[in-house]
Design a protein around this ligand. Structure first.
Ligand SMILES: [Zn+2]
Length: 293
C-alpha cells in the first residue's frame, strides 16, 4: 500500500484513508490453536468497533463494559533460575528453571503472541483500542536480579517487552536489581511498576503505611526512571475495596491482582494475572493461558 505522493494534501488524505481501512478491515482468520484465542480476537475486534463512539466522546468505559471485554492473558513471574537443593516445595512454584523459561518464551513467539504493555492494556480496557491479534502481557515481581540476567536476554530474542513490579527496599541488595539496572530496563522500553516498599499486605495499611509503602516508593521509582509510575501490583495479590481509592489518589491508573475474581465496580484496579508456576512445562503454561483468561 505504498504510493509515492508529492502533494501534502494527498499525504493527509492517504493517512486518513489508511487509518480508516485499518479500523474497518476484518482480521484475516489465522489458524488459531484454540477456540479461546479465536474468541479473544473476535471480542477485541468487536469491542474496537464499539469503541469508535467511546473514543469520540473521550469517555471511559463503564465497569460493566470493561468486564465484558475478553481478558488479555497476563503472566506473573518471580524468579528465573535453576532450582537448588535449598529450594522448598512451595518456593519452586515461584522459580522457573532457565531452560523452561527459554522454552516458554519460544512457544509464545512461535504461537504468534505479541507482548503488550500496561498503557496498551489500559487503552483497550478503558477505550476499546485495538490490540495485536494475540496479545499477552509478561510481568515480573519482586525485583530479583535473575529477571535482569536470565529473563531479559530471552525477551530480547523475540522483541518482547515486560512489566517489572519493584519493591524498593530490595534495590541494590545482593541478588536483587540495582537502581541502574531498573533504569536500564525502563530505557529499553520495559515498564516499571510499583510493588510497595517491602511487600506488606495492602489490606492491613493504616496511618503512615500509605506514605511508606506507596508514596515514597513511587517517588523513588519516578526518580530512577524519570517516568510516572501508573501501575501497581498488590503484594501476594491481596487487595480490598478500601485500597482502590487510595491508589487512585496517588496517581495509579490500574492495579494487578492474581487469579481471583475482579471487582465489579473497579475492574481496572483488579486486573487478573496468573503465576507461571515453576512446576509447569511449556504445554501446561499454554493450556493455562487459554483456560484462565
Ligand atoms: Zn511480590
Amino acid at each position: 500500500m505504498k504510493t509515492k505522493i508529492i502533494l501534502p494534501l494527498l499525504i493527509i488524505t492517504t493517512i486518513y484513508l489508511s487509518s480508516c481501512q485499518q479500523n474497518s478491515s476484518t482480521q484475516a482468520s489465522e489458524t488459531a490453536d484454540s477456540t479461546s484465542i479465536e474468541q479473544l480476537n473476535t471480542g477485541i475486534t468487536e469491542s474496537n468497533n464499539d469503541q469508535t463512539h467511546t473514543n469520540t466522546s473521550g469517555k471511559i468505559a463503564s465497569a460493566a463494559e470493561i468486564l465484558a471485554r475478553p481478558q488479555v492473558p497476563i503472566l506473573c513471574y518471580h524468579q528465573v533460575r535453576n532450582w537448588t537443593a535449598s529450594d522448598g516445595k512451595m518456593g519452586k512454584d515461584y522459580i522457573v528453571p532457565i531452560a523452561e523459561f527459554k522454552s516458554q518464551m519460544k512457544m509464545l513467539a512461535d504461537s504468534g503472541y505479541q507482548t503488550i504493555l500496561p498503557d496498551q492494556l489500559y487503552s483497550y480496557l478503558a477505550y476499546g483500542t485495538k490490540l495485536p491479534k494475540k496479545p499477552i502481557m509478561l510481568t515480573f515481581d519482586d525485583t530479583k536480579l535473575d529477571q535482569y540476567t536470565a529473563a531479559i536476554p530471552e525477551l530480547k530474542k523475540y522483541g518482547f517487552k515486560a512489566v517489572f513490579y519493584i519493591m524498593t527496599v530490595s534495590l541494590g541488595k545482593p541478588n536483587y536489581m540495582s537502581k541502574a539496572q531498573v533504569k536500564e530496563l525502563s530505557e529499553a522500553g520495559h515498564v516499571i511498576g510499583s510493588h510497595t516498599y517491602d511487600h506488606q499486605n495492602v489490606k492491613k495499611y493504616q496511618g503512615d503505611d500509605w506514605l511508606t509503602q506507596i508514596e515514597k516508593p513511587t517517588k523513588t521509582l519516578k526518580e530512577i526512571t524519570g517516568k510516572d509510575v501508573k501501575y501497581f501490583a498488590y503484594p501476594f495479590g491481596l487487595w480490598n475495596k478500601e485500597a482502590i481509592p487510595e491508589l487512585k489518589k496517588r496517581g495509579f491508573t490500574s492495579a494487578f491482582i492474581l487469579a481471583e475474581k475482579r471487582d465489579e465496580n473497579d475492574p481496572l484496579f483488579t486486573i487478573r494475572r496468573i503465576i507461571a508456576s515453576g512446576y509447569w512445562n511449556t504445554k501446561t503454561l499454554h493450556n493455562s493461558i487459554v483456560k484462565s483468561f
